[in-house]
Design a protein around this ligand. Structure first.
Ligand code: NAP
Length: 408
């Protein structure tokens, strides 16, 4: 039949498999060579890496090497948090020219202003399975009785983890279905593997003992890897704030703007955010988050929920600017996921954030970094410098001979 390969032919299309999933150097090289032949490409850079390929197990399948992203450093950034205290140099992995220089400018301003105050308000992660019942009466009764079984459900969930702690359950009835938000403390881990496993076991107990006919482990209500308004209530990741009183004379000296211009920009761009029905208000949280996440081995899939948040610029009676950021659902980790090896481990070491007990410190540094980015980005818009900055540091200008040159 046209367009249908035989089973034998199709097998040669599949990515080669090896014993033990093929994480040894030889298997990775064989897989890469197969890909080079298949796609008629040369993969010299992908094949040049220093991390032992065996360490990739648990983070990637069908490995052919590594992707390389340029890494810059921005600082000093003075942070006056409860967990992060002192001056930091922040690693940022990006291909957006002008981004590191922009964050650096904001960091220098904030450091000269006395540093960034940071506080963590909520430290949780969440999974929200959906349970189904025969009719609305059964769903209603389950929703009403669920919390009386909290200690049994907690025992089941916590049997699968040493560090995870089930903090609370929040039932939400819809027709004959009930979504239950399971909120956990996950220590220094991001925790999704940890708490999905714990919740799955607890769900099995609920089906066996509380009359649910079945469940789906994700309902969507947890907003994992998506932006939504429910994130502002807290409970999906860490809620963290960062703020600094920036004296007017420093604003003038470092970013050539006055407090009233920041407040005016805030008002005008708030109107745009409202008309776009944006979830929250910020200039470019996603930029700093993506660059730090790639550098520090965080799960970039969480950028949609992590970049929900609010930037605020307030003029003070003293004629200065109070600038702050609020991130209600930041997922960062210093244990597990992609944090344990290679460049990610080294970038965490630059921040003094590698390993156990360090996740709150990393959380505060991320928030302070984003505040720096918001101030610098706002100043660039106020001064009409955005195009110039990208022209200077970016790749806006195609080199002679580049086919894009004709569109100049
Ligand atoms: P993980 O690497 O699977 O597990 C980390 C483990 O480290 C924890 O379960 C914990 O074991 C242990 N641990 C040791 N010291 C710890 C400490 N100080 N604090 C906390 N835990 C400590 O990572 P994860 O954080 O659970 O999962 C993160 C990854 O999940 C993400 O990067 C993403 O790739 C993936 N993910 C999975 C799903 C899913 O549906 N499963 C969804 C989204 C993302 P104990 O539990 O035994 O204490």
């Amino acid at each position: 039949m046209a367009g249908t390969a035989s089973v034998d032919t199709f097998a040669s299309e599949l990515v080669p498999r090896f014993a033990d999933q093929g994480y040894d150097q030889e298997s990775v090289a064989l897989r890469r060579e197969w890909l080079e032949r298949k796609t008629e490409s040369r993969l010299n850079h992908i094949g040049s890496f220093s991390v032992p390929s065996e360490e990739m197990k648990g983070n990637i399948e069908n490995s052919v090497g590594t992707a390389q992203v340029p890494l810059g450093i921005a600082g000093p950034l003075l942070v006056n948090g409860l967990h992060a205290r002192g001056r930091f140099y922040v690693p940022l992995a990006t291909t957006e020219g002008a981004l590191v220089r922009s964050y650096e400018r904001g960091m220098v301003l904030l450091t000269r202003a006395g540093g960034v105050d940071t506080r963590i308000h909520v430290d949780e992660n969440c999974v929200a399975p959906a349970f189904f019942f025969g009719d609305v009466g059964e769903a209603h009764d389950f929703g009403n009785n669920l919390l009386s079984h909290f200690s049994e459900i907690r025992s089941e969930a916590e049997a699968t983890t040493k560090h995870g702690r089930l903090l609370r359950l929040e039932p939400l009835v819809e027709g004959r279905n009930v979504i239950v938000a399971f909120h956990y403390f996950t220590g220094d881990a991001h925790g999704m593997n940890m708490i999905v496993k714990a919740t799955d076991r607890a769900c099995g107990w609920i089906v066996a003992n509380l009359g649910a006919k079945g469940y789906h482990i994700f309902s969507g209500f947890e907003s994992e890897k998506r932006a939504s308004a429910v994130l502002f209530a807290g409970g999906k990741g860490k809620k963290v704030t960062a703020g600094t009183l920036v004296p007017a004379e420093l604003l003038k000296a470092y970013v050539r703007a006055v407090p009233a211009q920041f407040v005016s920009l805030w008002q005008h761009t708030m109107l745009g955010h409202m008309q776009a029905h944006s979830v929250g208000y910020n200039g470019h949280f996603a930029n700093g988050l993506a660059a730090m996440f790639i550098a520090c081995g965080q799960d970039v899939g969480n950028l949609p929920n992590c970049s929900v948040g609010i930037t605020n610029f307030e003029a003070t009676p003293s004629g200065d600017l109070y600038a702050s950021v609020t991130l209600p659902s930041l997922n960062v980790a210093t244990v597990g996921g992609g944090t344990g090896s290679g460049t990610a481990r080294e970038c965490l070491a630059i921040l003094g954030c590698e390993g156990p007990t360090q996740a709150p410190k990393l959380t505060e540094i991320v928030a302070a970094t984003l505040l720096a980015g918001e101030l610098s980005f706002a100043a660039a818009i106020i001064n009409g410098e955005l195009v110039m900055a990208h022209e200077t540091y970016g790749r806006n200008r195609p080199a002679a001979g580049d086919p894009r040159a004709q569109y100049k």
